[in-house]
Design a binder for this molecule. Structure first.
Ligand code: GLN
Length: 569
């Protein structure tokens, strides 16, 4: 039987529970333990696939086609946990199962209740996550903040779970906030005491506290927290703000959190090393030799989390070149007008991410035209690829008013159209083309050079695709189909590129490469995109990226800039 770690959060949301959980996973993996991670989300949506990014942030997609919480992205970037449908449980899924069973008559004669039916189903799903995987440790993160009404069934379920498996097999870790009150010049432990009190009321005594704080927590404050929250002093861990999220596992390990966890769970304490992670990821992030500026042009740019995996993958791409990637986020809608050359002045690469709906489309297309004509390295992702095809069709192949049928059903040139299998679908939840599909790359393309393989597999989340009828016309004008998936209904275009005569590095994929990138294993397309941005910078500004714009330790980590206005505003 695996050991279980349940992670809860208190006081306020956005303390970084996902990163803390992933960091614990990383630290344990460094000791040679096999880790499986799971997120329990208390909302009633079956999955976040139907939520607006403003509600939820990015939707992370797994190989088996689950639309999941973005915390699974953190798990993937920090650890080697297997990820699929079973790794994200929501209240919606739990109720769906219980209600279906009730209708089938599985509970005939009984009243169906939150306790025991809903809590049993939650426990079943916690057990299920390790089926067929034999992990040493399962880390289950409970979404929301202690005190929320909707978290209660989850907390009751994990309380029972621990009671059933025994204290030596399951522990509770609580992430909390120690605010610094400037006027008093003091760190305050009271909110933490209240939050732990709240947990105790429902029968959970945390074993470990992770204390988010801006300042060092002095020993007396730490001892006070330990005393009033009934926790061993060495299990009160400081979670200070760090310069890069990838430093968190090191910070935890430095305080002996790995030993504390192993002791609680009776795991043999094996010395593990995070040295490589420190050298290859943290040190490279903190001491870059070069810097490039990449524009990300999307609809949800003012929300940090909407393109989370893309921002991270860009940073990873930079690490491969010892380069700091400064991300400039542009609001696509505002790019429809204004002096585009001035707005995009000094960017070394342009990325257009995925998205849905009409808003901002023409701005994206205008930016892509600028990238194409000015030979600025370009990476298009999903909708970004579709927009690149539309732009090329309109401006180069002279297919007037070419469009996607998503934006104009009656367009004369539907270069992007609905996938055949999508045509009769009425329900919108979980019905896109989802998950991993293989793709065959054409030799001699940028993509082939990046992946160094002919067969690849990438994850998808879309309904529309490249209309194959236009392949010949577009190819005649210099657009190249670089990757194809052979489906039962025919070939699907997965990657397009521009011929080397037209542009030095213009690549766009129908899939989401960002979901597979890791800081210590940057995705090949992001790596080469950043590499070409560096080359562009060198040729444009005559520097090799190592002069002039070199980062200084004082302006690190680079801040992301958000550009809302067009130059006329
Ligand atoms: N809206 C487009 C489609 O459904 C693109 C989706 C995406 O970018 N994820 O095909």
């Amino acid at each position: 039987m695996p050991k279980y770690i349940f992670i809860t959060g208190g006081v306020v949301s956005s303390l970084g529970k996902g990163i803390a959980s992933a960091s614990i996973g990383k630290m344990l993996e460094a000791k040679g333990l096999r880790v499986t991670m799971q997120k329990l989300d208390p909302y009633i949506n079956v999955d976040p696939g139907t939520m607006n990014p403003y509600q939820h942030g990015e939707v992370y997609v797994t190989d088996d086609g689950a639309e999941t919480d973005l915390d699974l992205g953190h798990y993937q970037r920090f650890t080697n946990t297997p990820l699929g449908k079973v790794n994200n449980v929501t209240t919606g899924q739990v109720y769906y199962t219980v209600i279906s069973k009730e209708r089938r008559g599985d509970y005939l004669g009984g009243t169906v209740q939150v306790v025991p039916h809903i809590t049993d189903e939650i426990k079943e799903r916690i057990r299920n996550v390790s089926k067929g995987k034999r992990p040493d440790v399962v880390i289950s993160e409970i979404g929301g903040t202690v005190g929320d009404i909707e978290s209660l069934p989850f907390l009751e379920a994990v309380r029972q779970f621990r009671h059933e498996v025994g204290k030596e097999n399951a522990i509770f870790v609580h992430l909390t906030l120690i605010p610094y009150i400037k006027a008093a010049g003091e760190l305050k432990s009271k909110p933490t005491q209240h939050s732990v009190g709240r947990l105790r009321e429902i029968g959970i005594q945390p074993d470990i506290l992770l204390c988010r704080t801006e300042k060092r927590i002095p020993k007396e404050v730490r001892d006070k927290i330990a005393l009033f929250c009934n926790i061993d002093p060495e299990a009160v861990i400081e979670a200070r703000d760090v310069r890069t999220i990838y430093e968190v596992p090191l910070m935890f390990k430095d305080q002996g959190l790995d030993k504390v966890i192993c002791d609680f769970l009776g795991l043999e304490y094996r010395a593990g090393s995070l040295l490589e992670w420190k050298r290859e990821v943290v040190d490279r992030t903190l001491k870059p030799a070069k810097r490039v500026k990449i524009a990300v042009v999307g609809k949800y740019i003012d929300l940090q989390d909407a393109y989370k995996s893309i921002y991270e993958a860009l940073k990873h791409g930079g690490l491969a070149h010892h380069t700091d990637v400064v991300i400039k986020r542009y609001n696509a809608e505002r790019m429809q007008r204004g002096n585009i050359a001035r707005l995009l002045n000094k960017v070394d690469g342009i990325l257009v991410p995925g998205g849905f709906g009409n808003r901002g489309i023409e701005g994206k297309i205008r930016v892509i035209q600028y990238a194409r004509e000015n030979k600025i390295p370009f990476l298009g992702i999903c909708l970004g690829m579709q927009c690149a095809v539309i732009e090329f069709a309109r401006s180069v192949a002279e297919l007037k008013n070419a469009n996607s049928t998503e934006f104009n059903k009656k367009t004369a040139h539907p270069v992007i159209s609905l996938l055949e299998e999508q045509q009769d679908i009425k329900n919108l939840g979980g019905t896109m083309r989802l998950g991993a599909y293989d793709c065959r790359l054409k030799k001699g393309t940028h993509s082939f050079r990046a992946y160094r393989a002919e067969e690849i597999s990438e994850r998808h989340r879309h309904r529309y695709e490249f209309n194959y009828k236009y392949r010949e016309t577009l190819e005649k004008h210099g657009l190249m189909v670089a990757g194809i998936h052979q489906s039962s209904t025919g070939p699907l275009v997965e990657i397009i590129e521009l011929d080397g005569k037209l542009h030095p590095w213009f690549v766009a994929g129908q899939f989401h490469p960002e979901f597979k990138s890791k800081p210590d294993k940057p995705h090949p397309l992001f790596r080469d995109f950043v590499g070409n941005a560096l080359r562009f910078k060198r040729s444009e500004h005559g520097d090799n990226g190592e002069n002039g714009d070199q980062p200084e330790s004082s302006d690190f980590p680079s801040v992301e800039e958000i550009i809302h206005a067009s130059s006329e505003d």
